[in-house]
Design a protein around this ligand. Structure first.
Ligand SMILES: Cc1ncc(COP(=O)(O)O)c(C=O)c1O
Length: 398
């Protein structure tokens, strides 16, 4: 083969990064004009303070690069909110980075803190992007399976977590409330994980993007609040979900000042900064929205959860009722045709026009989820009602 041809090939990492099943289902859904309950798009309306603030910022000329760690006003507002809602003290000048979403935060943290070959524990079912981001950077996601109780609740076995730690393990990822299971980790679980992380000297990545979406008696607890955990905890969150601005790409990361400079430099390399005027809009929201805005989010989504749970039951799909986030995993039962979850999701889309994600997207390859589908309920009421009506007719379709 001539040298020039020999050199024209994909990187070794490229085959490990493929289109996510979530995006694939969104494309299939758009192609048939269906209702997309696949992607966590969250198309409810953003707060007006936030959208007005961003528009004003554009008019006022905030259209240039910001500091690599974000505008001071937003970092200060985030710091205030962390202290008020979680009792977490974070210095806005040294311990907070504004990032391009929680995803940009995680990418920069992986690059700054982990080496190729390092293992990271994920609790399965896990958010597929976490695993893909690790693989895309040469790290090794190590799934620890959660088990389902008789009541359909996802449980974590701390002994299984301990057993999964090897000499190559560098970190664990705690996503609470979790996507896709909607699991809100209990204090006992988080304290148990903190103990393992301390014993084995691991970083703890926490993805708390759904912190305000918590239902019933469940309460969100940030692992960063556990005594002795601040130094090893890399807290990631953002405004995609809270302010329904998934396309704005504004998130943040909170970590010890030992780690934030390097994480910030990696974030700078890829993104330079989070979108400037949108940082201003989000800062207006964090500064001005009252506590009732956040509790209202939970109340509003609890109603949407009930609508979808009811429709899934009527459709003959058995939902695992989540305590948090805004997804429902449902058992497909015998109604949907297909050899695996991806085929069942396509069968559902063809028969009802409702897109869901194959449960297998949240498990290791061959690890399960083949009889599960994930449905998102962060939709405008009219769209959710439409989706529910379509689902309820599933049994009448072929
Ligand atoms: C657990 C989890 N983390 C992060 C993200 C993405 O967050 P962002 O839009 O801030 O990058 C999502 C989106 O679905 C998610 O479910």
């Amino acid at each position: 083969m001539p040298t020039a041809t020999k050199n024209l090939h994909l990187s070794e990492l490229a085959p490990r990064t493929v289109q996510s099943e979530i995006r694939a289902m969104s494309v299939a859904c758009d192609a048939m004009g269906g209702v997309n309950l696949a992607q966590g798009i969250c198309d409810t309306d953003p707060p007006e303070i936030v959208t007005e603030g961003a528009q004003k910022a554009i008019r006022d000329g905030h259209n240039i690069y910001t500091r690599l760690d974000g505008i001071p006003r937003l970092r200060k507002a985030i710091s205030g909110q962390l202290a008020r809602t979680h009792g977490i003290e974070a210095d806005p000048e040294r311990e907070i980075l504004v990032t391009c979403g929680a995803s940009g935060a995680f990418e920069a943290a992986v690059k700054a803190l982990l080496n190729p070959g390092d293992e990271v524990l994920l609790f399965e079912p896990f958010y597929g992007y976490h695993a893909a981001m690790l693989r895309g950077n040469g790290c090794v996601p190590v799934p620890v399976a959660m088990t389902v109780s008789g009541e359909g609740e996802w449980r974590l076995d701390l002994e299984a977590v301990r057993a999964a730690v090897t000499s190559r393990t560098r970190a664990m990822m705690i996503n609470t409330p979790s996507n896709p299971a909607g699991k809100v980790f209990t204090r006992t679980e988080i304290e148990g994980l903190a103990q393992i992380a301390t014993e084995r000297n691991l970083f703890v990545f926490t993805d708390e993007i759904y912190e305000h979406f918590v239902y019933g008696a469940a309460r969100h607890l940030s692992p960063a609040t556990i005594a002795g955990m601040r130094e090893r905890t890399i807290l990631m969150s953002g405004f995609s979900k809270t302010f329904s601005v998934t396309g704005w790409r504004i998130g943040y990361l909170v970590a010890d000042a030992k780690w934030t400079p390097s994480i910030g430099y990696f974030h700078d390399l890829t993104y330079i900064c989070a979108p400037a005027p949108l940082q201003h809009g989000v800062a207006d929201g964090v500064e001005q929205l009252p506590a009732s805005f956040y509790s209202g989010l939970a109340t509003e989504h609890e109603v949407k959860r009930a609508m979808l749970v009811d429709a899934l039951r009527k459709a003959g799909l058995t939902p695992h009722v989540p305590d948090g986030a805004y997804y429902i995993l449902a058992d497909c039962g015998p109604l949907l045709k297909g050899a695996n979850a991806a085929e069942k999701a396509r069968d559902l889309l063809r028969r009802t026009g409702v897109a869901a994600v194959a449960g297998s997207a949240f498990f290791r390859a061959g690890g399960g989820g083949e009889n599960l589908l994930r449905f998102c309920f962060a939709k405008k009421d009219a769209d959710l009602r439409d989706a529910c009506a379509r689902l309820e007719r599933l049994a009448e379709t072929e």
